[in-house]
Design a protein around this ligand. Structure first.
Ligand code: F6P
Length: 422
């Protein structure tokens, strides 16, 4: 029977644990027995708060170094025993495994089955910053102020950076941009039948629960005026309240808005009912930029700039407003925004509060719509989309939040092979 060790590699806050869970869950969905052995869990159990202090990670602190080596050894032995039993097929070692020396130790100790190192990198400053800030909320920092926790965690990273070696000499490895579901470099472990499955999991888009809603009605919507930064109307505010009521009791960990007032105003009641949710405004979710036509009425554009209306009608997807954007251009930044949002939310439920054109592009990324159809996708202001995309579940439904029940849109088949990072 084939067996494999997967050893995660990477500095703290690079998405290793999320990736380890995805590899485990993806393999389990294929009927392959996979289990995570996490050094951090053992450390917290054995040493508690003592090991939260940054000095514990100082390479010159021999107590800390020995304790971490002992924990690593213990986890290797547990993983080895599990693979030696009939139960185990893929043991995932979740730890930083930052130095070459540590990885040589792993390779020398685990000789019974191949070891595949999976390195996670995250070079996006916005994401790295947000991930680091989120770590300050971990239970192990409960007795720290937010600032103290942040300082302590940054110091821990600094110590790891002094011993960090990227993968090169190891026998089998894969270096993954964990913010973009991309393999950056690899030395494939072709002798293992699990390599291809793991690679597939790593490059797959994964979201257990994504809600996608549009802001409520604005005065501009009533007038047929585009772009700008208008506030919600009374009806729009009522829609925002209805959305919040509908979402009550449904866990939402992250709310992503655009930088526009209508998006913020729609999020406000929802954030009252979900005070624990993290909120982030991303420019990537700002409405299509109409350039010279910003703040104009559609009717005004028809009269004063007939060539714009004609060219847009001829090819709405490719047409870019003078000094503005097209749907084709928009797609690039919406993809980047989605990637960021999905990375930050990890496996937690998230909600994106976008705009008409933004949500059209987002929907099209999941449903593989023909480009010419994208600018015409119906994006109502009193319904939202609920999307789940994991190896266990593929779901796309549109749900009215002022009524009840969902309107499934060709579930199961619709989401196969989405093109999100194409
Ligand atoms: O009309 C509302 C709006 O969000 C505008 O701000 C935006 O320009 C437009 O929708 C995008 O839709 P379309 O591409 O159909 O004009």
């Amino acid at each position: 029977m084939h067996k494999l060790y997967v050893a995660m590699v990477g500095l703290p806050a690079r998405g290793k644990s999320t990736m380890a869970r995805r590899i485990r869950d993806g393999l389990l969905a294929e009927g392959i027995a996979a289990k995570i052995f996490n050094n951090g869990d053992v450390r917290r159990q054995l040493l508690g708060s003592e090991s939260t202090e940054p000095d514990f990670y100082n390479p010159d602190n021999s107590f800390g170094r020995q304790a971490r080596e002992m924990i690593a050894r213990r986890n290797l032995e547990e993983a080895q025993a599990w693979l030696a039993s009939d139960d185990g097929e893929v043991a995932i070692l979740d730890a930083t495994n930052a130095s070459r020396a540590r990885r040589q130790f792993i390779e020398s100790k685990l000789r019974d089955h191949p070891v595949l190192f999976v390195e996670c990198v995250n070079e996006d400053p916005l994401l790295l910053n947000a991930c680091i800030r989120r770590k300050a909320d971990l239970p192990e920092y409960a007795s720290y102020t937010k600032d103290e926790a942040l300082k302590s965690f940054l110091k821990r990273i600094e110590y790891y950076e002094t011993i960090y070696d990227p993968l090169t000499d190891e026998k089998y490895w894969m270096c993954v941009d964990s913010t973009a579901n991309r393999v950056l470099a690899e030395r494939p472990c072709e002798i293992s039948p699990y390599y291809a499955a793991i690679r597939e999991i790593v490059v797959s888009v994964w979201t257990p629960c994504l809600y996608l809603a549009r802001h409520g009605q604005t005065e501009f919507n009533i007038q047929g005026r585009i772009g700008g930064d208008p506030p919600l109307t009374a009806k729009g505010r009522a829609q925002a309240q209805a959305l919040a009521r509908h979402m009550e009791g449904r866990p939402i960990d992250w709310v992503f808005t655009s930088t526009r007032m209508r998006s913020h105003e729609t999020a406000a009641p929802l954030l009252e009912s979900h005070p624990e949710a993290h909120v982030m405004a991303l420019r990537e979710f700002d409405e299509i930029w109409a350039g010279d036509c910003e703040n104009m009425l559609y009717s005004e554009i028809r009269e004063k700039m007939p060539e714009v209306t004609a060219a847009r009608n001829a090819d709405k997807y490719a047409y870019a407003y003078p000094n503005g954007e097209s749907y084709a251009i928009l797609r690039e930044r919406v993809q980047r925004g989605l990637r960021r949002a999905l990375f930050l939310a990890g496996d937690q439920p998230l909600l994106i509060l976008g705009h008409q054109a933004i949500n059209r592009v987002l929907v099209s990324l999941f449903l593989r719509q023909r480009t010419e159809d994208v600018p015409y996708i119906h994006i109502p202001q009193n319904q939202y989309f609920h999307i789940a995309l994991t190896p266990h579940r593929k779901l796309f439904e549109r749900i009215p939040y002022e009524g009840s029940g969902g309107v499934p849109v060709d579930k199961d088949t619709a989401l196969k092979d989405p093109q999100i990072y194409a």
